[in-house]
Design a protein around this ligand. Sequence first.
Ligand code: AMP
Length: 282
Amino acid sequence: MKVIHDSKELQQTALALRAQGKTIALVPTMGNLHAGHASLMDEARPRADVLIVSVFVNPTQFGPNEDYEKYPRTLDADCEVCRAHGADILFAPTPETMYAPTFSTYITESACSQGLCGRSRPTHFRGVCTVVDILFNLAQPNVAVFGQKDAQQVAVLKRMVQDLHIPVEMVVAPIVREEDGLALSSRNQYLTPKERAAAPKIQAALQTLKNSIATGTDATEKLAEIFVNELSADAVFEPEYIEIVDNTTMAPLKKIEPGNTLIAVAVRMTESRTRLIDNILV
Ligand code: AMP
């Protein structure tokens, strides 16, 4: 496995591979790799001749009071995960090689990115779209793999690819969870022991909602109430949003429409102030 830090070097390498007729799969990450990221590599590996994994804590997708500085950076361990899951190239750039000092061009998706996380993180998806487009231009992938864990990110990026006619196939891999149901996330390590013990209730409450839907409840306000009641018993949870939306557009639904309905939540943990997201498809 080759490790590349420079953006021009990655682009030249990728263009040369494509000129030789090789296909490329890309898995973009912010590093601190866990089994969720590894599952994306496993999904991507058989889809192309060359697998590129990027590890980049992207400053433009963090808000001013978010965790950019303290976000865990563990490149040596990440190398091992990439190697073990068949990556050919690990791209680990610095912010300087990604963003020129004169950088002034951003991509703004203005429908799917407005609700849910977009409400409390108003510049987040602009940063995500911009960095993913840069990564696409550097890595020249035929296919890119993203996790359903970040369902709104998937919807926004799919819209970007469609709107801008970007020739990349978008593949989505299911959420990987701990045995107790907590969705794997690099931010789980911020949790206090009490928060970690309680955190699986988020997934349990989502499951309760899904069961309520199976037994015929279809009024979305009622479902949101069930979710908040489930969690509010425990003082470590401060629900930020619970929304029932169309999985493609992220537009709120008044009534459940089985097939393309997503229940998405964000919860602030009150001791460490960690923000966790999770979701379930109905
Ligand atoms: P991140 O490093 O958090 O930016 O995530 C990089 C990619 O890994 C994104 O496409 C995420 O959706 C995906 N991902 C993160 N956690 C999980 C998980 N628990 N299961 C599946 N995919 C995940």
